[in-house]
Design a binder for this molecule. Structure first.
Ligand SMILES: *Cc1c(COP(=O)(O)O)cnc(C)c1O
Length: 349
């Protein structure tokens, strides 16, 4: 199937003349910059923040390019992945007319973003095994379906989906498959980034918020064809990634070894914690996880949740979410924190 982003982009975006910043209009070397109404005297801080940052974050993208193995033109950076999600709606989905497909239980932001943009949501629940209902998804697609969100590993269930299921959907769907890989670093499954050369209708989302430990910086990545990235850049606010974030992310990228060590530790702690929760009498079952959290089905989730809160331990109550009855979502903490959690859970049991 031939896919052209141009065929499904909204007309107003295709025809949009984007904002042209001072940094866009003059990019060369010069010694006196009097073009952006910045404060030439500096700022009250010791680091220079008086100049606007690079709108396209080229230094950061070039460094990421080496790590991810794809050119800077295939990378979009957002103020968190949440910004990339919102921009995908604004680029491709005509309010009221178009729709997107979500597969609950999944990350809540897709639906919120759809609602903000007044785009219809079609829900095709996961199967009870938390696998994708491929048949259900294919029959929900209509000529106005623009985006299909697949979160793998999935939040809140923790599992990764079968690669064959995702690939089949990419092949059959004439819109864009958005694969949210926020937790990919904790999984043994490879990223779908390697499919980008083969399929033009894929967007892969990753983030600095989880394995990189930089949730406060607000930095998300989207990887896609040059055409899709081009449209996203057209729509984004000109300076969406601030200078401090760009500099700190560059610094972080020099410390991949540290990140990989923490990933190994997290996975080890996760497996021990899952094992410990599994054996408690208050537990029905613990679901497999490829993430830095897992879902536990308890006898009485609400009771356990309240008991934990009273001890100052907060987990996520997902018991009112479809397919997650009596489930708590537990994020893996430090060895110390996990030990405290287990101690308290044993008292409840
Ligand atoms: C945490 C999370 C993100 C990260 O969002 P940011 O805006 O980058 O912090 C994205 N997707 C999923 C499924 C998540 O759980």
């Amino acid at each position: 199937m031939m896919f052209n982003a141009e065929d499904i982009v909204r007309d107003n975006i295709k025809n949009l003349k984007p904002y042209s910043s001072a940094r866009d209009e003059f990019k060369g070397e010069a010694s006196v910059f009097l073009d952006a109404n910045e404060n030439a005297f500096g700022s009250p801080l010791s680091t220079a923040y008086n100049r606007y940052p690079d709108p396209l974050q080229l230094e950061l993208k070039t460094k990421l390019s080496g790590i991810k193995g794809l050119p800077p033109q295939n990378i979009f950076l957002g103020n968190g992945s949440d910004e990339a999600i919102d921009i995908l709606f604004r680029v491709f989905c005509e309010p009221i007319l178009d729709n997107v497909i979500l597969c609950p239980p999944t990350y809540g932001m897709y639906e919120v973003s759809a609602n903000i943009n007044n785009v219809q949501v079609k829900k095709v629940n996961l199967l009870p095994s938390f696998d994708l209902d491929v048949e259900g998804i294919l029959s929900a697609i209509d000529s106005h379906t623009k985006l299909l969100f697949i979160c793998s590993p999935n939040n809140p269930s923790g599992n990764s989906f079968h690669q064959d299921d995702i690939e089949l959907l990419i092949q059959k769907f004439a819109g864009i498959v958005v694969i949210d890989e926020a937790y990919i670093n904790y999984s043994r499954k490879p990223s779908f980034i390697r499919y980008l050369t083969e399929y033009a209708n894929v967007v892969v989302l990753q983030t600095f918020s989880k394995a990189w430990g930089l949730a406060a910086l607000r930095l998300g990545m989207a990887f896609a064809s040059e055409a899709i990235i081009g449209y996203m850049n057209k729509v984004k606010p000109p300076y969406n990634i601030n200078q401090a974030t760009q500099q700190l992310a560059l610094e972080a990228l020099d410390n991949i070894a540290w990140v990989n060590q923490r990933i190994v530790e997290t996975v080890k702690e996760r497996n021990q914690l899952m094992q410990a929760v599994q054996t408690l009498s208050i537990t029905q079952s613990v679901y497999p996880s490829d993430s830095n959290f897992f879902l536990a089905k308890l006898m009485d989730a609400k009771y356990v949740y309240d008991q934990l809160v009273s001890k100052g331990i907060i987990v996520r109550d997902r018991s009112r979410v479809e397919l997650c009855e009596n489930c708590l979502r537990i994020t893996v903490g430090t060895m110390d924190e996990n030990q405290k959690l287990i101690t308290e859970l044993k008292q409840i049991a």
